[in-house]
Design a protein around this ligand. Structure first.
Ligand code: SF4
Ligand code: SF4
Length: 472
């Protein structure tokens, strides 16, 4: 029985409701008057239901698709302006007792080197990340209660926050670790993590159980209800995601939106972010063996529709995608990207060649962070290293409230300018600095509140004089 207010996986991600929604969307994908009504509602920029979004996803009128793309761009512009937040993943350990058949870290893979960083190695890794200019990390680890117990994750987070190297600092540690207990989520909350991220991989229970044949992750309910436990433990920023390519995309799309609706219904706050990974080649993994590969065109439409359906949720694209694809997805609503990423354990401090063999997936965009910043600037995007909300208590409901009123811009925009300035002084190449300084000048002119504009101008001078971490 479908019930978005229930905390039982089978009720808030009801298989029947998904199948009924697919049927409804199939039956209405040519119903032009309904499609136009849904688009009209979407233009209010307050989101859509999973049923409405599914109809738009399946409809294949060219002119409607064009409207969807234009609206996604408009919403992106209104909620996020031209800012793109940058982050990097940090792999702590690839020991894992699960059997996920799409991931090279699965326990049956005997030829991948297993690594777990010591606290000293984490220090080196974080210093390397700080020297690139990163301020925001997503910590990743396999599930292994012996090698990677919660104490190890907590100690690692403490280490990461404690390192102050030159002007560097990691100001927000998001955490992507396996589903765990309320007690452990409370510990993560106390360790001051930013967002708790967990990809569902697939919402289809039958496929899920086949794709996760062994290990604790096999338990679909426990995995699917993890965000509820995290929220009950006090973590109010959670990040959803699906690994596109494992299952039929329309099934995943509808279920992902239903998951967001469930969180909103029960906790009054939807997901802070949604990640959009597609399956990539890796050691022991051939993406061609998965039959649901998503074409670039469908992936773009899906991204645009998620932007329209949950306008207030950050959308994340990693270096799984190529430079070209990332460029198109940025226009359609993506608000956060990783840059200069290494997907192996210890990959930042050591050289990449040495470490490639322990990668979780092959990176498709190999550019350095400086190249990514320069590229964003050349496309007129404002690269942002901002982490201000976390330090200012703007999380969960409070954050969503500001975001839904479209006021978050008043914080994000000046913070993006100031954190970019920090980056330019501390880490950028001369070419990037030259281009981005021009952009900063233009961005200052966009600030409408004269008082705020003056504060930003003064703060930029303070940053030039060595002061760091100024924020709104
Ligand atoms: Fe382990 Fe995560 Fe890879 Fe599964 S996806 S094998 S849980 S690291
Ligand atoms: Fe993110 Fe808050 Fe900074 Fe905006 S002000 S970029 S929402 S941390």
């Amino acid at each position: 029985m479908y019930n978005p207010k229930s905390t039982k996986a089978e009720e808030f991600i009801s298989n029947d409701e998904i199948l009924t929604t697919i049927e409804y969307a199939q039956n209405n994908k040519s119903n032009i008057s309904l499609i136009k009504d849904i688009l009209l509602k979407a233009k209010n920029k307050k989101g859509l239901t999973h049923k409405e979004a599914a109809v738009l996803m399946l409809c294949d009128y060219e002119e409607i698709e064009k409207e969807i793309f234009e609206l996604a761009k408009e919403i992106k512009e209104e909620y996020y302006g031209n800012r793109i937040v940058l982050f990097a993943p940090l792999y702590l350990s690839n020991y894992c007792i699960n059997g996920c058949i799409y991931c090279p870290y699965h326990s049956q893979n005997k030829h991948i080197p297993r690594k777990k960083m010591t606290q000293e190695e984490i220090r080196n890794e974080v210093i390397a990340l700080q020297d690139m200019g990163h301020k925001r990390l997503a910590v990743e680890s396999g599930e292994d209660p012996v090698n990677n117990p919660i104490e190890y994750i907590l100690e690692s987070i403490e280490t990461i926050y404690s390192i102050k190297h030159k002007n560097g600092a990691i100001r927000r540690v998001n955490v992507n670790i396996a589903a765990t207990t309320i007690e452990n989520y409370k510990k993560l909350h106390e360790a001051k993590i930013g967002t708790y991220i967990l990809f569902q991989e697939t919402y289809n229970k039958e496929s899920y159980e086949i794709l996760h044949p062994t290990g604790p992750k096999h338990n679909y309910e426990y995995h699917t209800e993890s965000m509820d436990r995290a929220m009950q433990a006090g973590i109010d920023d959670v990040g959803l995601g699906v690994l596109f390519g494992l299952e039929n995309y329309i099934y995943e799309f509808i279920a992902l939106i239903m998951h967001a609706e469930h969180l909103e219904n029960v906790y009054g706050v939807g997901p802070h972010t949604i990640s959009l990974p597609r399956i990539r080649p890796a050691d022991d993994i051939n993406p061609d063996s998965f039959t649901h590969a998503l074409s670039d065109d469908l992936f773009k439409k899906l991204t645009a529709l998620i932007r329209i359906t949950v306008p207030y949720t950050g959308l994340i694209i990693s270096t799984r995608e190529s430079k070209e694809c990332r460029k198109e997805l940025l226009e359609l609503g993506v608000s956060q990207i990783s840059g200069g990423s290494k997907t192996s354990v210890g990959g930042y401090y050591k050289n990449e060649e040495e470490d490639k063999d322990s990668s979780q997936f092959q990176v498709n965009d190999n550019r350095t962070l400086d190249e990514v910043v320069n590229w964003l600037t050349s496309l007129n995007y404002l690269p942002s290293f901002c982490t201000a909300c976390y330090g200012s208590g703007r999380t969960g409901e409070r954050f969503m409230d500001i975001c839904k009123k479209q006021q978050i811009h008043n914080f994000c925009h000046p913070n993006a300018i100031m954190t970019l300035k920090e980056y330019l002084i501390d880490y950028a190449s001369s070419n990037t600095r030259k281009n981005a300084e021009k952009l900063i000048k233009k961005e200052i002119e966009k600030i409408q509140d004269e008082n705020q504009k003056q504060i930003v101008i003064e703060n930029l001078k303070k940053i030039e004089n060595g002061i760091r971490d100024l924020k709104f």
